[in-house]
Design a binder for this molecule. Structure first.
Ligand SMILES: CC(C)(COP(=O)(O)OP(=O)(O)OC[C@H]1O[C@@H](n2cnc3c(N)ncnc32)[C@H](O)[C@@H]1OP(=O)(O)O)[C@@H](O)C(=O)NCCC(=O)NCCS
Length: 173
């Protein structure tokens, strides 16, 4: 990683920076779940704290990228659920703020978070993720890393005025 960026673990104190990061992505209307909706610290607090507790319980990992006090990138993997049926499946997610894309950070972060998940979340056997059929950069990145597409939910995503498919991908660990 470039020296201007720091890689850190999230803590409870980072709620405001995390919400700010999500709101910037939402305002940009990029390939994330929110498209213009603005989140508040109050609405996000419970999920944020429970995710940090899942990290402490070794059921999740997260890496964040910072420029000074601004959160500029985030990658995380968490168990699909806590039950024996699915706890060996790790769900992956990644996003960077616009100005930090296309510089190699996405690929580095994905590799790092997958290695961290394998090291820290016991018993993972499969990674899974969801993307959008028009997110060519992400699909290429995931395929380069070894992910394969296993299915599409047709028109499940409303993206900038039209419907696109939700693409489901997996990788055996
Ligand atoms: C998807 C995302 C995480 C990828 O991270 P990134 O840092 O931009 O990607 P990288 O710079 O690591 O590049 C990964 C590959 O994509 C290629 N790539 C990156 N930006 C590109 C662009 N604008 N045009 C064409 N190719 C591009 C790179 O050349 C690289 O391929 P290579 O390894 O063969 O050289 C990032 O673009 C992002 O956060 N996008 C918005 C949110 C999002 O889509 N999240 C994923 C949701 S499923």
């Amino acid at each position: 990683m470039e020296e201007v960026l720091k890689v850190m673990q999230l803590s409870e104190d980072d709620l405001a920076a995390f919400v700010d990061f999500k709101n910037k992505l939402s305002k940009e209307d990029t390939f994330v779940a929110q498209s213009g909706e603005i989140l508040s610290e109050e609405s996000e607090q419970n999920d944020f704290i429970s995710f940090i507790n899942e990290i402490r319980a070794k059921n999740a990992v997260e890496i964040t990228l910072w420029q000074d006090s601004i959160l500029v990138g985030n990658a995380k993997i968490w168990r699909m659920n806590k039950y024996k049926r699915n706890k060996h499946v790790g769900c992956c997610s990644i996003a960077l703020l616009n100005e930090w894309r296309g510089k190699g950070y996405g690929k580095k972060l994905m590799k790092e978070i997958m290695n961290k998940a394998i090291m820290e979340i016991e018993g993972l056997k499969l990674f899974t993720l969801t993307t959008y059929s028009n997110n060519n950069i992400a699909i290429k990145l995931y395929k380069d890393l070894g992910f394969k597409e296993w299915g599409r939910l047709p028109n499940a995503v409303y993206y900038k005025g039209k419907y696109v498919d939700q693409v489901e991908m997996f990788m055996v660990i």
